[in-house]
Design a protein around this ligand. Structure first.
Ligand code: HEM
Length: 407
């Protein structure tokens, strides 16, 4: 039997062509699940991923969604990690979003973020102003990079995403550049098997994220900020701090990774028709939404099976942790025509999750990705990719690409 396409390598280590190939090969695998050496059982079929993410059945729990991949005992057994842990993370942060079980409290938090008038909601009448704001973020960050020659798209996309997320969440501008480091810390804890120095730095970064969030929530000033919105919704202080920290952590490498992988796909392809389509707003919207489907910066998400369960498709899951691979589900031939054809149709991609916990930053993320691609094309229509050899780390959840262009 051939090897399972994602047994050894994670998507973060692959080029866009290899990602396309291996994610398509998932559908040749004779079973609907695969037990990965991390101990997580992978699922990738559209209906299974949707049902697992929705976690509507009592046997499927979201309680482990934000647990570090190495587990808390490993952190507590790493001497250097204990001081930052005690300094910033004790008492333990409250559950507020992806791993919260209390449905009523979760609904108040989610509505404050993404209900009809939620803080991250991009209402149709507010879209032109939000769009201008995001174009402004791109221009401000592009200005900080050398005007001629080579452009490090990976660094630019991270700085841009940190600025978009930091400002949406209401952090002081002085803190925006550090958001990327903190968000990287949380992403690393979730998706990587960290050890030693790397683990210590990640705990320190995550700790700072919570400390700055607590400061920002305490400083809520009645203006239309995220902190004030949480306060006005009657959300307890500690829960508000976690909602803010989780949003900051969630926004950066997800947006930036999608942009990086998308730019690699658009420019490395001899047929540059998707790249050229970015020149008009309607084309940019179509291309961006297909990039979000095919190249998400977050490729999978965790759930826990508390009792053996048979999903609606017949797929059987035993007790233990599951990894719902939405990057795979977004290519399921049963759900999508030809995903590489921009005119093809299909079901709703699962990039932003499904059900109660569906991503509250979805509209903002889509807008940011669309604006970045459009503005990069406008700034460098004849851009060419520079070969950037080198390897990216193993990561079960997050994925990006090292992209430099000649402008
Ligand atoms: C391309 C970018 C993004 C992707 C792929 C993404 C993906 C996801 C996914 C899959 C979930 C579901 C988690 C679950 O079911 O437990 C989620 C939840 C969440 N996302 Fe995003 N996200 C993105 C951008 C953002 C941004 C920009 C923000 C904040 C401004 C954000 C904030 C959150 C929060 C707070 C949750 C937890 C929601 C809850 O549990 O109710 N995300 N995201």
């Amino acid at each position: 039997m051939p090897e399972f396409p994602l047994a050894e390598l994670t998507l973060n280590e692959l080029s866009w062509r290899q990602r396309d190939l291996r994610l398509t090969q998932l559908y040749d695998w004779p079973e609907p699940t695969f037990r990965h050496e991390s101990g997580l059982v992978m699922v990738w079929q559209y209906d299974d991923v949707k049902e697992v993410l929705e976690a509507a059945r009592p046997e499927i729990s979201n309680a482990n969604s934000l647990d570090p991949l190495v587990g808390y005992p490993r952190i507590m057994a790493t001497p250097g990690a204990i001081p930052p842990f005690l300094r910033h993370l004790v008492p333990l942060p409250a559950k507020a979003t992806a791993n919260l079980a209390d449905e009523d409290l979760h609904k108040s938090v989610w509505d404050a973020m993404a209900g009809p008038t939620g803080h991250f909601t991009v209402a149709a009448d507010a879209r032109p102003a939000r769009e201008q704001e995001v174009h402004g973020h791109f221009a401000a960050e592009l200005d900080r990079f050398p005007a001629q020659g080579r452009l490090d798209v990976t660094a630019l996309s991270i700085a841009f995403a940190a600025r978009v997320t930091g400002s949406a969440v209401g952090l002081q501008p002085a803190d925006w550049p550090r958001v990327a480091v903190w968000s990287g810390a949380q992403s690393g804890l979730l998706g990587r098997k960290q050890r030693g120095r790397e683990l210590v730095d990640a705990v320190e970064g995550l700790g700072q994220l919570f400390s700055v969030s607590a400061r920002t929530v305490r400083g809520a000033d009645g203006e239309r900020t995220f902190a004030s919105r949480l306060q006005q919704s009657g959300i307890p202080h500690r829960v508000a701090v976690s909602a803010m920290a989780n949003s900051l952590a969630a926004g950066v490498h997800t947006i930036a990774g999608t942009i990086q992988q998308g730019v690699q796909r658009l420019l490395d392809n001899p047929d540059r028709s998707w790249w050229s389509a970015l020149k008009d707003p309607a084309g940019a919207r179509r291309v961006a939404s297909r990039i979000v489907q095919l190249d998400p910066g977050l490729v999978a998400w965790k759930r826990r099976i508390t009792k053996p369960v048979t999903l609606s498709s017949g797929t059987r899951l035993e007790k233990g942790q599951v990894l719902a691979l939405f990057a795979g589900a977004n290519r399921d031939p049963k759900a999508f025509g030809d995903p590489y054809d921009l005119d093809s149709r299909g079901k709703l991609p699962l990039t932003f999750g499904f059900g109660r916990h569906v991503c509250p930053g979805k509209q903002l993320a889509n807008l940011a990705i669309e604006v970045f691609l459009q503005d990069l094309h406008a700034a460098a229509p004849d851009a060419k990719l520079v070969d950037t050899p080198g390897t990216r780390g193993r990561d079960l959840l997050f994925s990006g690409a090292d992209v430099t262009i000649v402008v």
